[in-house]
Design a protein around this ligand. Structure first.
Ligand code: FA5
Length: 340
């Protein structure tokens, strides 16, 4: 009698456990058969009432059945653990999706990339230099005499340093001498980079800004070459024909020196409030490389000629994207950055 019961318990379990689709229902089947009040457990509990002969026979059978059930249970549990639980995983396709936040590039990065693209296409090499500079590269090698008022043109963050006088570079021009010390002309390079000025900030002035510098040196480089390259660059950058205007100025490292203006990108030179009806916008500084700078870099005096120019990247981005205040760039305000 008990022998048949054990066989039917075993086959009952083996049939039912196959149908369980998750660990919870599998466990319930196990409890039904071999739990504290399970069908097989009841038989085992009654063993003590049987004769010694029967106890041995039935006990062996029941224990075998239990072992088989336990084994089948463990195997199925493992299998279910490796399977996807469709109950948990089911997807309600009618629910609205999760919004994916897509980042965007900072306008300074966009302008950097555009500058690098246009100049690379004209055969310029892109060069970088350190943001923490020595007094020599930032000023002295660029023909700023020691204690000369020209140094006051750039409000400087001086950094305490045990050896040399160090500065947070005030412009990208120090890379001129750094590069020339290692290379012989002819060459053409651009130097984009971050610079720092101890500035009382306003809508057009920041303490941390980006500049771009171009340097072309050879045997007979002249101002006409500069004007041509500058025109080509600004026309490509703004996607329309731009003109250049030079006005005399002073930089210790160029002779002669110019401030240069470009056609107002807003009104295309017709006159508007941005350019104060001039049709021109002031954009940066330029000039022919002063021979003293070549000498500081180790070149012979009067052997080479070159031009250099530089301007602020934020100011250019302000024109391109019509941004009214330079302080937005370093603000970290996502409402600003997300618009690009
Ligand atoms: C210079 O920094 C020179 N190194 C440029 C140069 C290079 C001249 C090569 C000749 C040959 P300047 O101090 O004028 O020059 O700055 C150049 C440009 O940087 C400015 O026209 C302006 O666009 C930008 N700039 C300077 N200071 C600030 C500031 N505080 N905030 C925003 N833009 C600035």
């Amino acid at each position: 009698m008990d022998k048949e019961k054990i066989a039917s318990i075993k086959s009952g379990f083996l049939e039912e456990y196959q149908n369980s689709r998750n660990e919870k229902s599998l466990y319930e089947v196990k409890v039904k058969y071999v739990g504290r009040n399970g069908e097989l457990t009841k038989i085992l509990k009654k063993l003590k009432n049987l004769s010694a002969e029967e106890r041995k026979q039935i006990g062996t059978l029941a224990n075998e059945a239990r072992r088989e059930i336990e084994k089948a249970y463990e195997a199925r549990k493992k299998e279910l653990g490796e399977r996807i639980d469709w109950e948990k995983e089911k997807i309600d396709v009618t629910l609205p999706g999760k919004k994916v936040e897509i980042g965007s590039l900072h306008p300074v990065t966009l302008v950097y990339r555009e500058i690098e693209r246009v100049f690379s296409s004209m055969g310029f090499e892109i060069v970088e230099g350190p943001e923490l500079e020595t007094d020599w590269y930032n000023f002295t090698s660029l023909n700023f005499p020691f204690d000369h008022p020209a140094r006051d043109m750039q409000d400087t963050f001086w950094v305490k340093s045990p050896k040399e006088k160090m500065v947070l570079r005030t412009h990208t021009s120090p890379v001129q001498v750094r590069y020339m010390e290692k290379r012989k002309p002819p060459f053409r390079i651009i130097v984009p980079g971050r610079v720092f000025r101890n500035e009382a900030t306003d809508a057009k002035h920041e303490h941390t800004l980006h500049q771009f510098e171009a340097l072309v040196v050879g045997d007979d480089v002249n101002v006409g070459n500069f004007k041509y390259i500058a025109k080509e660059f600004f026309s490509a950058f703004f996607g329309k024909k731009m003109d250049i205007r030079l006005r005399p100025s002073f930089f210790p490292f160029t002779e002669p020196s110019f401030e240069f203006d470009i056609t107002c990108a807003i009104c295309s030179g017709k006159g508007c409030t941005t350019c104060k009806n001039a049709g021109w916008l002031e954009i940066g500084g330029a000039g022919m490389v002063n021979q003293n700078v070549f000498v500081a870099a180790g070149y012979p005096r009067n052997k080479y000629q070159g031009f250099a120019w530089g301007f602020g990247i934020e100011r250019l981005a302000m024109m391109k994207y019509k941004i009214d205040d330079i302080r937005w760039f370093e603000s970290g305000d996502l409402r600003f950055i997300k618009q690009f």
